[in-house]
Design a protein around this ligand. Sequence first.
Ligand SMILES: [Zn+2]
Length: 112
Amino acid sequence: MEKNNDSRRMMRERKTIKLMIELYCTDHHKKDSRPCEDCGALLDYAYLRLLKCTFADKKPACSKCRVHCYSPDMRDKIRNVMKYSGPRLIKHNPILSLRHLFNGLKSKKIIY
Ligand SMILES: [Zn+2]
């Protein structure tokens, strides 16, 4: 399968995950540096997973993905972040989050 990690899709994924983690960190950890050390590590991890994602720019939304590439503890963390920030992102950045949801809907059709 051809990979294209610099596609607009992948850049959008990176931007979305960064916004989600920063929003979560701002509201939960209230550290001077944003994202804090923990969340920075989570962001690095998420970027790396995206980079190594089997599906690359053909990947479904991570929540719908069949391949669980996150380690269990990182998966818990990112799940909390998405649960918290997902709905809030719609207020902050409607276009970005609507696209994210739309990708989720599209991929649902392909898999199921
Ligand atoms: Zn944090």
